[in-house]
Design a binder for this molecule. Structure first.
Ligand code: PA5
Length: 450
């Protein structure tokens, strides 16, 4: 089971000036957190509360439908391309990196168990897109177009380009596209109906960045052979813990309390740093979740607050050689959130170092994972020595169930932090505003001769 240890953020570890006192946090947050948890659970089935993501651990029918679809297309395609952006791509990317072979796309089809290669178009970079098309064969490619709103300009552009290329190649694109979108709203739903495309839903009241455990994340995962039932079993296993109103027994509540308290104590920068290459993209996913959910101009009372933490992403040990100097000696305005993994699937043991290389002898017989674990301990130690608060989520291993527990716990942590801050963590007016301006400008441009 996932664990959170924030003892390295307490006065006992780093002194009273920078540490967060558990007794003080208890007095300040125990009751609001208990209320926030109860409210969140009550809202999970309430229309318009945007908390339905909390129920996504329990969807046996969706799992069956997705697995049936994935089985029906298995072996037919060499490549699957996910087209989507933000909440519609960051979760699937994180799951793919964590749970598939690190060189998946370079393996033979047999070595991939007959599953396709996997690519994501979540950008508007012409040259990267063209580069992808250099390796795709239209007749052997399936596009998974994902957009909750069904109005987003990036997936729409990539989809239009895809359709044109299929037409030019004389291949029926409608046989190469599956859509994940809102059941009713947006442009993609009627488009899918018009062209008879297979579709899956982003359910009502599940927003983009909380959508990884609906078809948005589950469909791409199943298409590359990730066990999606095990993902959801992981959520079910941790659900009672992360919905425990007693904050001392709830890692999501503890994470929320420490990080919200930190924001009020001059530490608004939250560095998310997995010590695992496989979990590097979880940092990207978390960055969006934390930033877009908590960065708000107004609170629930309608007052102007301009509140929000600044998440940054790092990965260990690489960023020891990039960001650690700043984290250790720069402004003490950050909390570093590590993710540790206890066990790897493989073991690499370093060979015996002979006397010719005496200075390297201390590595003799160590496993690479053990060396990395010591690096995390060293990094945490150096941060402790310079009074920098850290906390650590620990996963027993990178498995579907454990990764799901990490993501789900972070979702609950985010919702609870939003509640403590008195803001709505489920809207994103700042993002919508930018989308609208772009669309208006492009529409106006269309009316002008170019
Ligand atoms: O979390 C969110 O709501 C956003 O980041 C969206 O996921 C992003 O803007 C993409 O939107 P859509 O899925 O509607 O295309």
């Amino acid at each position: 089971m996932l664990q959170l240890d924030w003892s390295a953020a307490t006065p006992a570890a780093i002194g009273a000036t920078h540490g967060f006192d558990p007794t003080h946090l208890s007095e300040k947050y125990a009751q609001p957190l208990a209320q926030a948890v109860e409210q969140l659970v009550a809202n999970a089935t309430k229309t318009g509360a945007w908390s339905r993501w909390l129920t996504l651990g329990n969807q046996p029918q969706l799992v069956a439908a997705i697995n049936a679809y994935a089985a029906s297309v298995k072996g037919k395609y060499q490549d699957v391309v996910l087209v989507g952006i933000g909440g519609s791509s960051l979760g699937p990317k994180a799951l793919f990196q964590a749970l598939r072979h690190p060189q998946w796309n370079l393996l033979s089809k047999e070595a991939r168990g007959g599953y396709p290669r996997f690519h994501v178009v979540d950008h508007m970079d012409t040259d990267c897109l063209e580069g992808l098309w250099d390796i795709l064969t239209p007749a052997e490619t399936l596009f998974v177009v994902v957009s909750k709103s069904g109005t987003t300009i990036e997936p729409m552009s990539a989809m239009l380009d895809m359709m044109a290329r299929y037409q030019a190649a004389g291949v029926d694109w409608t046989k190469h596209m599956v859509m994940v979108t809102d059941p009713v709203k947006g442009l993609f739903r009627p488009f899918a109906q018009q062209h008879n495309l297979p579709t899956f839903e982003v359910p009502d009241d599940v927003g983009g960045r909380f959508s990884v455990f609906c078809a948005v994340g589950l469909l791409p995962a199943a298409l590359v052979g990730i066990d999606i039932a095990e993902l959801l079993a992981g959520i079910q296993a941790i659900y009672p813990t992360v919905t425990n109103p007693d904050w001392t027994k709830n890692p999501a509540a503890q994470g929320a309390a420490v990080l919200v308290e930190a924001m009020g104590c001059g530490k608004p920068i939250h560095v998310f740093m997995p010590y695992s290459r496989q979990l590097a993209l979880v940092a990207d996913w978390f960055t969006q979740l934390w930033a877009e959910s908590l960065g708000k101009a107004t609170n629930l009372k309608g007052e102007t607050v301009h509140v929000g933490p600044t998440p940054t992403k790092a990965v260990g040990p690489e960023d020891q050689h990039s960001q650690l100097q700043l984290l250790t000696e720069g402004p003490n305005d950050k909390v570093i959130v590590f993710v540790d993994v206890e066990k790897t699937a493989h073991t690499i043991t370093l060979p015996t170092v002979n006397d010719d290389f005496a200075p390297m002898k201390y590595l003799t017989g160590a496993t690479i994972h053990h060396v990395q674990a010591e690096e995390l301990i060293g990094t945490r130690g150096s941060l402790k020595d310079s009074q920098r608060p850290t906390m650590t989520y620990t996963l027993p291993a990178v498995t579907p169930a454990n990764v799901a527990q990490l993501l789900f716990t972070l979702e609950v942590q985010t919702a609870l932090a939003g509640s403590l801050l008195g803001i709505d963590p489920f809207d994103q007016p700042g993002v919508e505003a930018g989308k609208k301006i772009t669309q208006q400008n492009l529409a106006a441009r269309q009316l002008q001769p170019v």
